[in-house]
Design a protein around this ligand. Structure first.
Ligand code: BDR
Ligand code: CA
Length: 316
């Protein structure tokens, strides 16, 4: 079995990604050991509620979840509530008038400590996928640098590697949210698999409305939950699914059709470039990054037939 930690900021596509992950545990060599939560898409208390609700809807209350960073290391937190609603779940909580009382409880250990402890316990066979800002993992790596070599796979959803970002041209949300944390991860982890924003919005990786309609029409408990949190927006004919796509790459590396090994660094300064993921695409005359050893495998093409199958099986 491959053991995974999922580090998440609990927006809508994070919760869809969790449902996908849980549904693949029996059919794949994939086991979720822990969920670590942090602020990003939404504030931390909301993120905790969203994760508790997702675990409940997926009938996975037995999977422990841990509370992490309530803000970036230095930047001011700016949640993405203008995109996914104040609760990050397209106003699921307001609409459903859900009770907040019967929530399953997070563990008392912190997310950072859980990452450190699990890395030691499963050293060499521990993997982490981050689908939010990199604050928790950066704190864990700084507090206990030994863990860096213990991870088998470190998979990150983030970065606007061709400067077509979703927060300014130069920026993707997860990296932009906490550039210092991302800088620590890019500098210290020798081999990161990166699913950048542009891979998520590649037209071959978008989901069309017909597919989306099937995806939101599940009748099981988890299927109904997915249907309730997923927005079908007027006038939009396709949607991107960043975090589920990234989870699919975690669950089955064979979904990756192509990618490239590159050196990437995170820019920390500049009015428009702070939080930029700067990649050496090979034609630059910037010697310092041209000569450096690649630290990234950038996922470029994925097999959407497999991803779609996984998504559909996650709602049943
Ligand atoms: C990332 O930002 C969040 O809004 C999504 O959940 C995803 O992790 C995309 O930039
Ligand atoms: Ca996310």
């Amino acid at each position: 079995k491959d053991y995974w930690i999922i580090d998440t900021d609990a927006g809508v596509d994070d919760c869809q990604a969790l449902a996908l992950a849980f549904s693949c545990q029996d059919s794949h060599n994939f086991e979720v050991l822990a969920i670590t939560v942090l602020a990003g898409n939404v504030l931390l208390p909301q993120a905790i509620m969203n994760i508790a609700e997702t675990l409940k809807a997926c009938n996975k209350e037995n999977i422990p979840f841990y509370i992490g960073a309530d803000r970036p290391l230095i930047s001011t937190l700016t949640p993405a509530t203008h995109i996914h609603g104040v609760d990050g779940l397209n106003n699921y909580w307001q609409r459903e008038g859900k009770s907040r009382e019967d929530h399953i409880k997070p563990q008392s250990k912190s997310a950072v400590q859980a990452i450190i402890d699990l890395a030691h316990e499963y050293s060499g066979n521990i993997n982490i996928v981050t689908i939010g800002p990199l604050t928790n993992l950066a704190l864990a790596a700084c507090q206990n640098p030994e863990i860096i070599s213990m991870f088998k796979r470190v998979l990150v959803m983030g970065g606007a590697v061709h400067y077509r970002g979703n927060r300014y041209i130069t920026n993707e949300f997860n990296i932009w949210c906490d550039p210092e944390a991302a800088h620590i991860i890019f500098e210290r982890f020798p081999s990161i698999e990166l699913v950048p924003w542009e891979t998520c919005i590649d037209k071959e990786h978008l989901l069309d409305l017909d597919f989306l309609r099937s995806y939101i029409s599940g009748t099981s408990r988890v299927g109904k939950f997915i249907g309730e949190i997923t927005a079908v927006r007027e006038g939009r004919t396709t949607v991107h699914f960043c975090d589920p796509l990234t989870l699919a790459v975690a669950i089955d590396r064979n979904v990756v059709v192509s990618g490239s090994k590159r050196k990437g660094v995170i820019e920390l300064k500049g009015t428009t470039t702070r939080g930029m993921t700067l990649i050496n695409w090979g034609s630059s005359d910037m010697e310092e990054i041209n000569e450096a050893v690649p630290n990234l495998f950038i996922v470029e093409k994925v097999n959407m037939e497999i991803v779609k199958q996984m998504l559909l099986s996650s709602i049943n």
